[in-house]
Design a protein around this ligand. Sequence first.
Ligand code: SF4
Ligand code: SF4
Ligand code: FES
Length: 226
Amino acid sequence: MYLKLRIRREDREKGVRYETYHVKYEEGMTFLEALQRIKEEQDPTLTFRHFCRAGICGTCTIYINGYPKLACKEQVLPYVITQREVIVEPLKNFRVIKDLAVDIDPAIRKLRDIGAWIEERKEEPRIEQERSRKIEEASDCILCFACQSYCPQTLEERYAGPLFFAKIFRFLMDPRDRKPQLRLKQAVEEGYLYHCLSCNKCNNVCPKEVQPATLIRELMIYNTEA
Ligand code: SF4
Ligand code: SF4
Ligand code: FES
């Protein structure tokens, strides 16, 4: 069995185009392995990112038939069986550096700007079990940017986006953080929290079940009660 991939390529010399590759299917093959096979055997110029190969680092996210997926986790088999060809593209709403590699620096800078880390209080507060569970779930985010890329509302520049709301929620829930008012301001005033469409698209594509749309709704409730 062969997997037929139509891959969106982009570089300065040739611009944008779609190129077709055939990869022989092997048992257990993932999309990352298929891309590596192409790079090794057919086209060494094909560019894509990966690191852990285990769904942990979040660097290998690509679009497969229009949906963001972790290339190292997505199995090729269902596609080989059901699809004549599979479209592979880079993350949407991010600037393409080359082929499937996009520029995540602006998003990383934005995380730095909101202070995506705990500003510890002097005293050590007790964390209730329910809070602890919420913090843990929101902390599972691996910065894969799938939600941020797939959210239709991020086309609105001032809208922070699901990834940032998930991060803000994580710190707002943590009683060790001494800036809860700032976190709310970052979400509501600076991030335009209420512009969320509640479409749940971010929940559907998150590979780690962080459920950003659900956290956004919790942020809204928290804001009305604050
Ligand atoms: S629920 Fe809100 S944040 Fe999530 S994809 Fe829809 S608009 Fe974006
Ligand atoms: S919330 Fe989920 S989809 Fe969004 S960046 Fe984190 S892990 Fe990826
Ligand atoms: S290579 Fe790390 S998540 Fe895919």
